[in-house]
Every structure is written in C-alpha cells, then in structure tokens.
Design a protein around this ligand. Structure first.
Ligand SMILES: NC(=O)c1ccc[n+]([C@@H]2O[C@H](COP(=O)([O-])OP(=O)(O)OC[C@H]3O[C@@H](n4cnc5c(N)ncnc54)[C@H](O)[C@@H]3O)[C@@H](O)[C@H]2O)c1
Length: 253
C-alpha cells in the first residue's frame, strides 16, 4: 500500500542534505519518478542523479512565482503527468534572525512568511491546476513543524506560517476532496540535520520523550505514506513526527 510505483512526483527543496534529500531518496526507493527542484542546481542535480532516469533536476527560487509555476510545468512536460507535490523548503533561522516579536522587522516577517507559506500556496495552486487538467486525483504533502502547533519563541513568523500550512491543507482538502485531491502536513520536531544542531548527542535529548532527535528518514517515511494509496482516505491532516514532543505534559516522566 505504501508503494509509489509509477507515480510522478515533484519535491520542492529536494536537493539538500536533510529532509528534502531523504524524501527524494525514499520516493525513488518506493518506485516514483522524482523531479527535484532546488535553488542550488548542483544539489538538485546530485539528488536527481541518484535516481537515474527516474530523476529530473530543476533549479529555481521559491520566491519567484514564475519559477514555482515552472517547476510544475516542467515536471508535467517531462514525466507526462504529476501525481504528488511535496514542499520542503522552509525554516526561520536559515533566512531571518531569531528575535522576540518586539524586535522583529516587517521585512523579516514577510520573508519568513514567503519562505514557509506563500510559495506553498502558489505551488499547491499550480499542482491542483495540473491535477484537474489530467482528470483529478493527486496528493500534496507539505513539511511543517511543531512550531506551528506549539509556541515558537523567537520564531513568531515561522510558527504562524507553519500553523497556516495546516489551515491551507484543511481548505484544499475540503475544496478538492470530490476531485480526489488530498493535502496533508508532516509537522517535524527536531530532526538531525545541520539546522537542528542542538549541541547534544542525537540520542540523548531529555526534552524529547523518545530521547532522540528524529532522522530525516523518519520524516520521509511519513511523506511516503501521505503520498501513497495507503493514505487514500486521509486528507487535511497534520501528522506530527516529533518523538512525542507535542503530546508531553508539564511533568517529568
Ligand atoms: N531540521 C529540523 O529540525 C526541522 C524541524 C522542523 C521543521 N523542519 C522543516 O523541514 C524543512 C527543511 O528541512 P531541512 O532543514 O532538512 O532542510 P533541507 O536540507 O531539506 O533543505 C531544504 C532545501 O531547500 C533549498 N532552498 C533553500 N532556499 C530555497 C529557495 N529560495 N528556493 C528553492 N530552494 C531553496 C536548499 O538549497 C535545500 O536544498 C523546512 O520546511 C523546515 O521548516 C525542519
């Protein structure tokens, strides 16, 4: 049921060394052809190259509407169709300073929103147009964060934008369920990538009920599930992949 055999996917931000690359690899291993879009042509090329003829490298910037529309158009023209869109690009610390709200500038707020929510809405719009043009059916999976579920100290815009993803998924789910189009969110906790460098050993993290950081492969497995027929009755949902962080109470266990 979690096979993606024969499916055509687009992973925006699929060329890094973290969650995006793990999703690209997992989709390829599950049988999908994958268009890897990334601001770095070299990273997109490396990730797509691993998939042989099932890989397609695309480069562009998610801040450009033309580039985002182009990612979808090139995927459809190269693969003949699009079955799944995955959006990975996002974050705050990579793009704007971590500061409390009273110190945040409008420009930084806007950039955090653009990198985490606005481009996702644009990409979803382009993918939905493609899904409808090919007769319906299709899945959108967006990488979110527990920062969109819990408080996000010094990351107010990031948290608000990631919370907005969950709303977007619910609306897409309601608007397009009858067309067989689904959208769901993978809300990551601390995943062991360069971004989540806590300075602690990855398997000795007392703040996390499971005591370890997540792996990029943990997030990728959730994305495969949400793109696959195994989740065909699941839409508009947020799946936290967080080792239990969002369900822990205030008392030590
Ligand atoms: N790493 C974590 O602990 C963690 C925790 C919660 C949520 N997340 C979420 O995971 C996602 C990113 O995962 P990651 O940290 O593993 O990163 P990643 O290694 O998957 O990198 C993302 C890719 O995005 C590309 N990119 C950056 N700016 C771009 C742009 N303007 N246009 C196109 N591509 C661009 C980068 O080149 C990189 O290859 C984000 O949505 C982030 O919010 C990560």
């Amino acid at each position: 049921m979690t096979s993606l055999d024969g499916m055509k996917a687009l992973v925006i931000g699929g060329g890094g060394e973290g969650i995006g690359r793990a999703i690209t690899r997992a989709f390829g291993a599950a049988g999908a052809s994958v268009a890897v879009a990334d601001i770095s042509a070299a990273r997109a090329g490396e990730a797509a190259g691993e998939l042989g003829k099932g890989g397609l490298a695309l480069s562009g910037d998610v801040r450009s509407r033309a580039d985002v529309d182009g990612f979808v158009q090139h995927t459809v023209s190269s693969f003949g169709r699009l079955d799944t869109l995955v959006t990975v690009v996002g974050g705050q610390v990579a793009f704007v300073p971590a500061v409390k709200l009273h110190e945040m500038t409008d420009e930084d707020w806007d950039l955090a929103y653009e990198m985490n929510l606005r481009y996702v809405a644009r990409a979803a719009r382009a993918a939905i147009r493609a899904f409808l043009a090919q007769g319906g059916g299709g899945s959108i999976v967006s990488v979110g964060s527990v920062a969109g579920i819990m408080a996000a100290p010094e990351q107010a815009a990031y948290g608000a934008a990631k919370a907005g993803l969950a709303s977007l998924a619910r609306t897409v789910a309601a608007e397009y369920a009858a067309d067989g189009i689904r959208m769901n969110i993978v809300a990551c906790g601390a995943i062991a990538t360069s971004v989540a460098n806590t300075g602690q050993a990855a398997d000795d993290v007392p703040e996390i009920p499971m005591r370890r950081l997540g792996l990029p492969a943990d997030a990728a497995a959730a994305a495969v599930y949400l793109a696959s027929p195994a989740s065909s009755y699941v839409t508009g949902q947020t799946l936290a992949v967080d080792g239990g962080v969002t369900v822990r109470g205030p008392f030590p266990d």
